[in-house]
Ligand binder design. Structure first.
Ligand code: AHM
Ligand code: MG
Length: 345
């Protein structure tokens, strides 16, 4: 019986599912399991705030404070603080790093450290927050490399291949948490009535027949010849596939999630529009590597146009990287056309 059949029609909470997965590893300490619970809890807290996002200013009496006397926080700041506060004192982490924070985030001296490293983008798709369009949280978990003490930069600067778990939370029409610990990709939908994430998408695999390509086509004039040729190839019927439809939300998590379920490719290539950002827009550590881990677990592939995202050793915390991610056949075609048109251009 497949995993999916096994769980069909059953009410399975994320807690129970993670615990059952852990039981396959008798040597597991439970630390990773608890870390995943903490992230699920953070997701619920952030989700409850996102559904009230537009109300903050109305409820706030003087603009700066809401009715409870709390400062009205921007959602991304709130998400950052929530993830930090739930994880700084648990003894499970050596260090954290966030897209919102310039340096690594140490565990305060008064708390114990643990064996794992948490990297996250607390609220991705910031341009969509104010217009009530889906946004997301992305996270990755590594084992620490340093042997003792507070974690260091080298614990964070690991290639995606070393990830032990990764996932995202999508705050959309419903809230979903999708994660992998290297044994398939599993999706849970939050039932707000009972406050539980319930298993809704066990063992997600990319469909064989892709439907969508997702890219900010507004930058087309600034793309390389290879990326232009690739886009044109995606649009046409070819022996490998039917021509794909364009869908672009501008929230990485939402665009990735849709393509994961429907098949397709998302790309954010380098472009010549902003000379300050020659390497694309997305961040290797917080965005590209965790999603690359997930896509491989779902049978797909992620590349920077030349090599697997998962093989890239980050040199800097906030390093940007071009990214092509989705069905393997589609991403390999991007590599081929870039090789053909750009490499010796
Ligand atoms: P952010 O981290 O500032 O939110 O930026 C990342 C977002 C991604 O969610 C999305 O894929 C991309 O930026 C969209 O960028 P653009 O508006 O250039 O298409
Ligand atoms: Mg981001």
């Amino acid at each position: 019986m497949t995993d999916a059949q096994n769980y069909l029609g059953k009410l399975v909470t994320i807690e129970r599912y993670i615990l059952e997965q852990q039981q396959a590893f008798p040597e597991a300490t439970g630390i990773l399991t608890n870390l995943l619970y903490d992230i699920a809890l953070a997701a619920k807290i952030i989700a409850s705030k996102t559904t009230r996002a537009g109300l903050a200013e109305i409820l706030g009496s003087a603009g700066e404070e809401n009715v409870q006397g709390e400062e009205v926080q921007k959602l991304d700041v709130f998400a950052q603080r929530t993830l930090y506060r739930l994880n700084d004192h648990t003894g499970r982490l050596a260090v954290m790093a966030s897209e919102e924070v310039e340096d690594i985030i140490p565990i305060p001296d008064r708390f114990p450290t643990g064996p794992y490293v948490l990297v996250f983008d607390p609220l991705d798709g910031s341009s969509n927050i104010d217009v009530n369009v889906s946004i997301g949280t992305i996270f990755g978990i590594y084992r620490r490399k340093t042997l003792q003490g507070r974690g260091a930069l080298e614990d964070v600067l690991q290639p995606g291949r070393n990830l032990v778990a990764a996932g995202y939370v999508l705050y959309g029409a419903s809230t979903m948490l999708v994660y992998s610990t290297g044994r398939g990709v599993h999706g849970f939908t939050l039932d707000p009535a009972i406050g539980e994430f319930l298993l809704s998408h066990p063992n997600i695999k990319l469909p064989d027949k892709p439907k969508y390509y997702s890219v900010n086509q507004g930058y087309q004039p600034y793309w390389s010849l290879g990326v232009q040729a690739y886009t044109e190839w995606l649009q046409r019927d070819t022996p490998e596939k039917k021509g794909l439809s364009l869908r672009y939300i501008g929230s990485l998590v939402a665009d990735f999630h849709r393509n994961l379920l429907s098949g397709g490719v998302f790309y954010y290539p380098a472009d010549s529009k902003d000379p300050k950002k020659p390497g694309g827009k997305l961040r290797l550590v917080y965005e590209a590597a965790p999603l690359a881990f997930l896509v491989e677990q779902a049978g797909g592939y992620a590349s920077d146009g030349a090599r697997p995202i998962l093989d890239i050793e980050p040199q800097k915390l906030h390093q940007r990287v071009p990214m092509f991610i989705g069905n393997r056949m589609l991403v390999e075609k991007a590599e081929a056309l870039i090789r053909q048109h750009d490499v010796h251009a």
